[in-house]
Design a protein around this ligand. Sequence first.
Ligand code: RB5
Length: 148
Amino acid sequence: MKVALGCDHGGYLLKQDVIDTVTSLGHEPVDLGTCDLEPVDYVDFAVKVAEAVVSGAADLGILTCGTGIGMSIAANKVPGAYAARAEECYSARMAREHNGANILCIGGRTTGPELVREAIAAFLTAQPSAEERHARRRGKIKALEGRD
Ligand code: RB5
């Protein structure tokens, strides 16, 4: 799978770990920046990754900033992007299986490398559940995108 990656300065060091993790799991990281510790606006990188995922240029995305919160709020403004901040294995799996998340958001200042590795592995392995109740709920979320 192609996995689009993006970060701001607060998530830059974590993104370097994420590149290693994605690669070691047999996937292809597509690094959309930022590429150093200079302060940038997380919104710009959230949009790059969300658009890559929604367009099909990448299968899934992973965003890192200081907390993962700004990235998730911004990415979710792109229709078709479902970004979830999840920093441990169970939440990351549920985000994908139940909620159909296609972007995982993680904080570079709020978690640790082992939890992140497990969360990424869970996110990239899980599939959206085909169970009717979960599909129905995801459909209701998608329907919200057409509203002003
Ligand atoms: C940048 O200092 C910080 O606000 C950003 O990385 C992120 O945590 C926002 O949600």
